[in-house]
Design a binder for this molecule. Structure first.
Ligand code: CTP
Length: 475
């Protein structure tokens, strides 16, 4: 046990002595609390969001702080919550008055009364988030830790200050936060908490989709996202968020033929891709790359288990899933769809890597061809080291070939070497079907390798195709 250590080094930034001065002016106690203190003690680097709790009016303290700051920054006030926010020198400060809260069954919006620091620490989600540092001049930097949060930080435990049933039922979002922190920080959720989450899993229904997705993003961005998804699975939260993933679980056997468990396989793929990229949307693609496998699964006596067109079906499911989770249906969604749709293309290539197939792959994947290769490499989860090496080498060959072909043929941002305009002028024709036919024929000839991706060759090919269509050049 630590007898209230002092962490002045956490408060070296001049903003803290300024807040301390402002609190003194108002004869109000104030503390830094939550993520800033936690992350300082975990040495996770300087946080940009700082939460301040005032024993009194948080709004009054925010205004006093703004007065003392150069430029007198604007204070945003959220009256309903009794909180205030201001930004200064790239730091975001959130002020809240210490409070006692009680929640009702069907809402996250609590009834609030003023309270002491300890009341405020009590109403927080986890012991590691309830750690507070004093901003009073005589105790500046002293840690206030009524629930042994420091010990939990050292032991890497997620624990609630109150009975977990109360903490999670007060705000069911915390069930996801517990799993997110366990994943991000590589902590263990203590058993009583895990049981309470499991028991209350259906309460996640009252949480807005946006907040749920925020937590999923954070889980996906962790070093080992599978940890979070395994916990969502174990606690029974997964069906409320991703029924499509739940449907992938299990191994079926018919006539001695088995397929792999595509849920646990997916989690391995997500961990693999997390080692290769920080691109959140590519990580989403890894999470969803096999979702089409549940609805397309068939057993064929000759060939065994098949998942015919699962990539296509999966890419359609991506849209529905994004829509259900109220995620933006924008270019990010289209990127995930494209990755899912194309997820098997390089695999087919790996055994027979011809120039024309590579040109078609680059043409279809465009600027995302490397991302697609990263996804395919992450998809190798065989436990057979010989096979693993072989698949990896095959993809290495495809990558090399992509580089070689791209350098020569410039397919990535394909621009037709002969424009529609030029076709019209050459044959003195108006916009018509023929122009599309000729343009398409030139593109096909380039992808097939019949002609190089160059202007002269394309022009000549255009004349030849024109002749086939009974068009005569006028110049
Ligand atoms: N908090 C809580 N219950 C929630 C959300 C937040 O008790 N559902 C409390 C915690 O004390 C938390 C603080 O509010 O530390 C600030 O919340 P937030 O900024 O969302 O999280 P951080 O802990 O700062 O962590 P991160 O920035 O990683 O989200």
């Amino acid at each position: 046990m630590h007898p209230n250590p002092t962490y002045r080094t956490a408060l070296e930034h001049p903003i803290f002595s300024l807040i301390s001065r402002a609190s003194g002016n108002l004869q109000m106690d104030s503390y830094v609390i939550g993520g800033y203190v936690r992350d300082f003690l975990l040495k996770r680097g300087e946080a940009k969001d700082i939460d301040i709790v005032a024993v009194g009016s948080g709004i009054a303290l925010a205004k006093e702080v703004a007065k003392l700051l150069p430029g007198n920054p604007k204070v945003s006030i959220f009256k309903t919550y009794g909180t205030a926010m201001l930004k200064s020198q790239g730091i975001e400060l959130e002020f809240v008055g210490a409070r006692k809260e009680s929640y009702t069954e069907d809402s996250r919006n609590p009834a609030v009364e003023n309270g002491t620091l300890e009341d405020d620490q009590n109403r927080r989600d986890f012991t590691i988030n309830a750690l507070a540092l004093s901003l009073q001049s005589d105790t500046f930097g002293k840690l206030l830790d009524p629930f042994n949060g420091l010990e939990d930080l050292e032991k890497k435990i997620i624990r609630t200050p109150l009975d977990p049933e109360v903490t999670y039922s007060d705000d069911p979002l915390r069930m996801l936060r517990a799993i997110r922190f366990a994943t991000q920080l590589d902590f263990v959720i203590e058993k009583a908490s895990l049981d309470a989450i499991t028991k209350n899993a259906d309460r996640i229904k009252i949480i807005s989709k946006e907040r749920i997705v925020d937590e999923i993003h954070k889980i996906l961005l962790a070093d080992q996202p599978s940890k979070g998804f395994a916990l969502l699975h174990k606690t029974g939260l997964l069906p409320y968020i991703f029924p499509e993933l739940v449907a992938l679980e299990g191994i079926e056997e018919k006539e001695g033929q088995r397929h792999k468990d595509n849920f646990w396989h997916t989690l391995e793929v997500v961990d693999n891709i997390a080692k290769a990229t920080d691109n959140l949307w590519l990580r989403w693609a890894a999470l969803l790359h096999d979702i089409g496998k549940a609805p397309t699964k068939r057993f064929d006596k000759q060939i065994g288990w098949t998942f015919h067109a699962h990539e296509f079906v999966g890419s359609k499911m991506v849209y529905k899933l994004f829509k259900r989770l109220k995620m933006p249906l924008n270019d990010k969604m289209k990127f995930v769809q494209k990755m899912v749709l194309m997820s098997s293309r390089p695999i087919v290539l790996a055994t027979d890597v011809t120039d024309s197939a590579v040109r078609r792959l680059i043409f279809d994947a465009g600027e995302h061809v490397e991302d697609l290769m990263t996804l395919c490499e992450a998809d190798i989860t065989t436990k057979n080291p010989k096979k693993f090496k072989k698949y990896q080498n095959n993809f290495k060959l495809v990558r090399d070939k992509i580089e070689e072909v791209e350098e020569r043929d410039h397919i990535r941002n394909f621009q037709p070497p002969v424009s529609g305009e030029e076709i019209m002028e050459t044959f003195a024709i108006k916009p018509s079907r023929e122009i599309g036919i000729i343009k398409d024929a030139i593109k096909e000839a380039i992808l097939e390798g019949t002609i190089p991706n160059e202007y002269d060759a394309a022009k000549e090919y255009m004349l030849k195709k024109g002749a086939e269509l009974n068009l005569t050049p006028v110049k």
